[in-house]
Design a protein around this ligand. Structure first.
Ligand code: NAD
Length: 226
């Protein structure tokens, strides 16, 4: 069977969850990367059965998440993490959550993956944390960092594998309200996708695609008023 790592699941409402379910239904083993401040509530909800109804697959079985990894895609390596974030209690309780470390943990645990899904949204989470020190962190947009995520995960991807991310039409047309760096982050994501598809395709026989998704009432979409 194939093994998939899906970065960007913290509840059962978003694209990441839906993609995980499709992959699970097709027989893939599911690993998840969850934003560090959301990790506790996600794991607790999972354990307490809060998502059980949404875990039902077409054959009636429940999607199994083999392992949940803490992840903050804003940070490449431990050296990139400022002291105030390290000390923040929502981060201090977890470890190995930079992109490089998360990829290394997956490698240690499972050796390799076949499928990488990048389903990270920008800033909106920060709005819910606006009274904390975390806010300024999100001037850096995880969307625009897809190439760093790929570069750390590609080495653990099996030849013939595939990676996808989610983009949005606002990269090429004006969508009122989709500003503040979000539209340009999507334009960067699409541009990175083309370059990565060329490079990863040649070097490792890995497909890299991005899907321009329609509107979905996810947490991220609601947070920006969509
Ligand atoms: P979502 O809120 O379900 O998913 C976004 C996830 O990114 C959340 O789990 C959040 O915790 C995580 N995240 C944010 N910052 C992070 C960071 N620094 N490190 C790690 N994780 C982080 O929302 P969604 O709408 O399903 O978003 C998934 C993707 O789909 C995004 O790229 C989004 O832009 C794209 N998309 C969404 C829509 C829509 O209408 N919902 C339309 C087109 C594209």
């Amino acid at each position: 069977g194939k093994r998939a790592f899906i970065a960007g699941i913290a509840d059962d409402n978003g694209y990441g969850w839906a993609i995980a379910k499709s992959l699970a239904a097709a027989g893939a083993e599911i690993l998840v990367g969850t934003w560090v401040p959301a990790l506790n509530i996600f794991e607790t909800s999972l354990r307490r059965g809060k998502f059980d109804q949404s875990r039902v697959l077409p054959d009636g079985s429940l999607m199994e998440i083999k392992k949940v990894y803490p992840l903050d895609a804003v940070f490449d390596t431990p050296d990139d993490v400022p002291e105030d974030v390290k000390a923040n209690k929502r981060y201090a309780g977890s470890s190995n959550w930079t992109v490089q470390e998360a990829a290394e943990c997956v490698r240690q645990d499972f050796g390799s993956i076949d499928i990488l899904v990048h389903s990270l949204a920008n800033g909106p989470e920060a709005r819910t944390l606006s009274e904390t020190v975390l806010q300024e962190l999100y001037s850096v947009l995880p969307d625009g960092r897809s190439s760093d995520i790929f570069s750390h995960f590609l080495p653990i991807m099996n030849p013939g594998g595939a990676s996808i991310s989610l983009t949005y039409i606002a990269s090429e047309r004006i969508i009122p309200g989709y500003g503040g760096g979000m539209s340009s982050a999507k334009a960067a994501l699409e541009s990175d996708t083309r370059v990565l598809a060329f490079e990863a395709g040649r070097k490792q026989n890995i497909r890299v695609n991005t899907i321009s998704a329609g509107p979905l009432g996810s947490r991220a979409a609601k947070a920006i008023g969509f």
